[in-house]
Write a protein that binds this ligand. Structure first.
Ligand code: DQA
Length: 144
């Protein structure tokens, strides 16, 4: 199974930014651990991060053209207002899980509206990096 894992704007600053919310572990270590988890599950995981909305859209389209089986996406703040990412997720018609490290529903009101989650199969939030692993498990189980 081929899964594309997309992290959006400011996620590369995890480990540096707001450690009380996102933890001390740096982004590259999180990516390494999630990749290792995927390998153990026999999942071919591609990791992509960008701070640019258009590059996220390009990566979603790449998942379509390169025949990925599913997508996991943490769009960062774009989750709360990007119609372009919403449309791209809808367009590719692949199972897609939205992940947020923090519990966006327990934070500021503007984070409670996740526009992009409306285009996804489901959302996992509040479990830190474990959320990415839970999303892998969900997609593998669903594909069986
Ligand atoms: C986030 C939550 C978003 O509200 C925020 O803008 C982020 C990170 C998370 O993973 O918890 O950048 O997506």
């Amino acid at each position: 199974m081929k899964i594309m894992l997309i992290n959006g704007v400011n996620l590369n600053f995890v480990g540096i930014r707001e450690k009380g919310i996102y933890g001390n572990k740096d982004f590259n270590s999180i990516c390494g651990d999630v990749k290792k988890y995927a390998d153990e599950k026999g999942v071919e995981l591609t990791l992509f991060q960008s701070n640019c909305e258009g590059e996220i859209v390009d990566c979603l389209q790449r998942a379509y053209f390169e025949k990925y089986d599913a997508v996991i996406i943490n769009p960062g703040a774009h989750s709360h207002y990007s119609i372009a990412i919403y449309d791209a997720i809808k367009s590719i018609s692949l199972p897609c899980v939205e992940v947020h490290l923090s519990n966006v529903h327990a934070r500021e009101d503007f984070r409670k509206n996740c526009v992009t989650a409306g285009a996804c199969s489901g959302q996992i939030c509040g479990f830190g990096e474990l959320g990415y692993k839970m999303a892998i498990d969900a997609l593998v189980a669903q594909a069986k």
